[in-house]
Design a protein. Sequence first.
Length: 342
Amino acid sequence: MDVRSKLLQGGVIPAHPLALTTERKLDERRQRALTRYYSAAGATGVAVGVHTTQFAIRQVGLLKPVLQLAMDEIRRSRERNRELIAIAGACGGAAQALSEAELARSLGYDAVLLSLGAMRSASLEDLMEHSKSVAAVIPVIGFYLQPAVGGRVLPFEFWTRLAEIPNVVAIKIAPFNRYQTLDVVRAVASVGRSSEIALYTGNDDNIVVDLLTTFDFGQSSVRMVGGLLGHWAVWTRSAVLMLRRIKEAKACVDTELLTLAQQITDMNAAIFDPTNNFRGCIAGIHEVLRRQGLLLGRWCLDPKEDVSPGQADDISRVCRAYPQLTRADDELIRHQLDKWLD
C-alpha cells in the first residue's frame, strides 16, 4: 500500500479502544469485533496503541498482542478488498519509540503515530533527531496531542522542521486549541509540502469546522482531508457518511466565512501572543495602532511590558497575508487622522 497516497485521499480513521473482560484482561473476541466493526462501517484505517487504546497497555505487556489482533483483522479485510490503513502508536523516549516502530513494521503496519508526550523537557534539536530516527524505520504521522492528556506544546518551528522530514506522511492535529492548530497547518503550507503531507483533524471539539475550512494564508491554502479521532471510535458509520457529505459540500458550498474565521484567528494570534502566554497582547495592540499613526509608540505603564521576540515580525506577516482585512481601516485612518488629532 502507498500509505502517503491513501492518506492524502482523506478518510475516517478511528482511534481503536481496548476491549477488556470484567477482570480487566484483554477480551480478544470483542477486540477483534471492534476492528471488524470499523471495517464494515467504511473506515479508511485504524490507529492502534494510541491514547484511546490506553498508553498503559505498554506497562501490562499488551502492546504486541493488541497490535497483532488488529493486524490479523486488517489483513482479513484486505483479502476482501477493503484496503484499511494500519497505524500503530509509538511513544516514549528514543529507545522505546524506536522499539515500537520496529515492532509495528515487523507486524506489517503502514505507519506510526508518533507521540512526543514523554519528551516534555527535550530540546527542539532532540525532538527532531528523535523524529528522524523513527522516520528512518517506518513512515511517520506527526501528532499534536493536547497537554491535558499527556502531550506538550510544540512551537511553529518544530512543525516546519518536522514537515521537512521526507518520511513524514501525515500529521494528526489534536491540541484542542485554534492557535496551535494554525501553527501546524501554516507550517506545512510554509514549507510547500501540503500536497505530500496529509492533515488529519484530531480536534474532537471542532471536527466539522476543521474539515470544511480551507486554510488560506495569503500565498498558499491547505485543507484537512480527514480525521484520526477518538470520537470516531463510536458512531463510525455516521462519521463516514458525514465526511462524504463534507467532501461534496466543499465542491458546491461557499465556505469563505470559515476561511475568514481561520484568518482572523491567525491575525489575533499575532497580536495577542498566545505563544508566550499572551504576555505581549497589550503591546501587540499598541504596535498596530502605532503603525497606523494613532499612537506614537507601543509603551505600556510597566516598562517591561512589550511585544515578545518575533511578535512584531508576526504582525507584519499577517498584515502582508491578509491586506483585505486591514485595508479599510488603514485608508480610514490615513484620511481622517489629522482631523482626529486636531
